[in-house]
Write a protein that binds this ligand. Structure first.
Ligand code: ZN
Length: 131
């Protein structure tokens, strides 16, 4: 089953979408299988990372800015090449094992929508497959 979610993002940040993914799995009725979380955008991404200390999100964004700074040599007319680089580096999807009707996440793992060029109206998809 395929589920679509809409969200409004901040200028830059990690939005916790673990609850939405759990809802999709629950609604699908799949107890054992695979779940793909995908965003159809070129300046955002999907990642799994720590959900306990909020400073991890802050440090993640700080580190991404250090690795992919906005550079005057960029030619892209939209002026957001750093966000395109971050999107490709992090990736636009994650795959999670579904076990006992839940995403098989570690104790400290959460699923995040990463916004690198907001604020925008975004969407992401959750595909749940039995198997
Ligand atoms: Zn662009």
């Amino acid at each position: 089953m395929l589920f679509q979610f809409d969200l409004s993002t901040p200028s830059e940040g990690l939005v916790d979408i673990t609850r939405e993914v759990k809802e999709a799995i629950s609604e699908s009725g799949v107890t054992e299988g695979i779940c793909v979380i995908y965003c159809p955008h070129t300046t955002s991404a999907i990642t799994i990372n720590e959900n306990a200390d909020p400073d991890v999100k802050t440090d993640f964004l700080y580190g991404m800015d250090k690795i992919f700074p906005d550079m005057s040599a960029f030619r892209h007319c939209e002026g957001n090449s750093d966000a395109h680089l971050k999107s490709s580096a992090v990736g636009v999807s994650e795959t999670v094992i579904v076990s006992k009707g839940r995403p098989l996440l570690g104790t400290w793992q959460g699923i995040y929508f990463c916004e690198f060029d907001g604020p925008r109206s975004r969407k992401f998809y959750v595909k749940v497959m039995r198997g």
